[in-house]
Design a protein. Structure first.
Ligand code: GLA
Length: 534
């Protein structure tokens, strides 16, 4: 058997290492409500900052007050500096940023990775001026930059243009969240994790149900590409802008939260209805978006427009969203096992919109109105089973949480495709294993040990079913603490040995994280994975 010893080491820095966006950004951006109309002004921005505090949005987690295109004059000044529009921002941008900071909030700005911004008036873009503009933004107190994709690209690739601004922002020494906005045109999910804190995955959202639905269907396919500090961005919220019903806006807000989207309010809060505020401040739904495990929800079913999404959460619960895309009410059902939660005799379902609480031994079901979404937080209750004394294969235990980005976690098989049981014999570097589990990054499999076990051991690697493809790290976590780390594992590598002292742990998480190198096919095996218990 091919193998090598494992040292516990810090995980590699794969996401942009600026410490920001450890959960998706939350805040406001004026674009969806104002575009370049005259009401986009200093007065509006101050009004929004005031409401963030007075109406509880700040308390609910919203902290960035961002402005979009059309904040600048059409030409740079004699020194080449951008100039704030004299009518909209007569006191300059720094005065606005200071006001926002005075409320304990953060301030964001916009420009473009080309010669012009995107509005038809075409304000000056950042290409060739990255250092000068980044320094100016930092001197104004900017905390967030949205970098669009319009104007001439001067022959540079998207990766070059966005990396140049990333480097300029880092060089300022000010922490500035970097939001890439190239609409998914250059497959940013393949390269943007070390470049930006988020990247748009689609064209612009419009304030109608069809647009929201199309963006959801595209972005939900990208669940394997996001991670802490580096998120898919299906564009800003339209909640409250009037083009959808409140039922549709609740679906929009729920689906964006299930997909770990940045939650940027796009309606004018100065005139927003009570219903809009109620949607935007649903803390139970926000908690899904902001969950510290940072795993984007995946779709486990979408038969005839009846969508089932599941999302593992840091405390061992899972969120399950049942979204009815169609124009008439329907019953949507799944099970706790399909949703990736197990090892208990009963489960508590909390409906995060109605707040109704029910229990189930396995079935999760709801009558869902046309275009509506029912979302549950599913928690284990009742009796948990713990592993027997001696050494037990992980694949013989029922995990308490089984999050996997490509179909279900497989038992004694490789991950295969998205159906259950469609993998092959676990094989790493030519060696086969009869027992173990087959997963796909990003994956989190949790076992309830109840403090009864002492050690975990496994052979780990990428399964030969994907050839030499894939690059991941495989990590063993106890309560809030990393217990072992494989280091970077590549498709061509032989199996590595991972061992972890799990003494006293209530549970152990086996995590597989993608790395940001654009490699795909992250089919990982925890082969001959065993727990030794008292
Ligand atoms: C592009 C972006 C939008 C918005 C406008 C501004 O279309 O995708 O989000 O910033 O430009 O002009």
């Amino acid at each position: 058997m091919i193998g090598s010893a494992i040292v516990v080491a810090a995980p590699p820095a794969v996401a942009l290492d600026n410490g920001l966006a450890q959960t998706p950004a939350m805040g406001f951006n004026n674009w969806n409500s104002t575009h370049c109309r005259a009401e986009f002004s200093e007065q509006m921005v101050r009004g929004i900052a005031d409401l963030f505090v007075s109406r509880g949005l700040k308390d609910a987690g919203y902290n960035y007050v961002n402005i979009d295109d059309c904040w600048a004059e059409p030409t740079r000044d004699g020194s080449g500096n951008l100039v704030p529009n004299r009518t909209r921002f007569p006191n300059g941008i720094k005065a606005v940023a200071d006001y926002v900071h005075g409320k304990g909030l953060k301030f964001g700005l916009y420009t473009s990775a080309g010669t012009k911004t995107c509005d038809t008036q075409g304000f000056p873009g950042g290409i060739g001026h990255e250092r000068q503009d980044a320094n100016l933004f930092a001197s104004w107190g900017v905390d967030y930059l949205k970098y669009d994709n319009c104007g001439d690209h001067l022959g540079q690739s998207a990766q070059q243009r966005y990396t140049a601004m990333r480097d300029a922002l880092v060089a300022t020494g000010r922490p500035i969240l970097f939001s890439i906005c190239e609409w998914g045109s250059n497959s940013p999910w393949d390269w943007a994790q070390p470049v930006g804190n988020s990247w748009r995955t689609t064209d612009d959202i419009q304030d109608n149900y069809g647009s929201m639905l199309n963006i959801f269907k595209s972005n939900v396919q990208r669940s394997t590409d996001s991670q802490r500090g580096a998120w898919n961005d299906p564009d800003m919220l339209e909640v409250g802008n009037g083009g959808m019903t409140d039922t549709e806006y609740r679906s929009h807000f729920t689906l964006w939260s299930m997909m770990n989207a940045p939650l940027l309010i796009g309606s004018d809060l100065r005139t927003a209805s009570a219903a809009t505020y109620a949607i935007l401040t649903n803390r139970d739904v926000i908690a899904l978006d902001q969950d510290s495990l940072g795993v984007q929800g995946t779709e486990i079913g979408n038969a005839n427009g009846l969508h089932v999404l599941t999302k593992p959460l840091d405390n061992g619960d899972v969120a399950v969203a049942l979204f009815n895309e169609n124009g008439s009410a329907a019953t949507i059902s799944t099970t706790v096992a399909a949703a990736g939660i197990g090892n208990a005799t009963s489960y508590r379902l909390t409906d995060l919109w109605s707040k109704a609480v029910t229990t189930t031994s396995g079935t999760i079901t709801a009558s869902v109105p046309a275009h509506g979404t029912v979302v549950y937080r599913v928690a284990r209750t009742g009796t948990f089973s713990t592993p027997p004394a001696g050494t037990t294969q992980a694949s013989a235990l029922r995990p308490s949480l089984a999050g996997n980005a490509w179909g279900p976690v497989e038992t004694d098989r490789s991950n295969g495709e998205k159906a259950g049981g469609d993998g092959r014999t676990l094989t790493i570097g030519g060696t086969t294993y009869a027992r173990g589990i087959g997963v796909h990054a990003r994956s989190e499999v949790r076992y309830y040990l109840g403090g009864r076990c002492t050690s975990f051991q496994a052979w780990v690697g990428l399964d030969d079913e994907v050839g030499d493809n894939g690059t991941v790290t495989m990590e063993v976590w106890g309560s809030g603490r990393q217990l072992a780390n494989s280091g970077v594992v590549r498709g061509a590598d032989g199996a590595k040995r991972v061992t972890a002292d799990v003494t006293g742990q209530q549970y152990v998480n086996l995590a597989v994280l993608p790395t940001a190198d654009g490699a795909r096919y992250d089919h990982a095996d925890w082969a001959d994975a065993t727990f030794t218990c008292a």
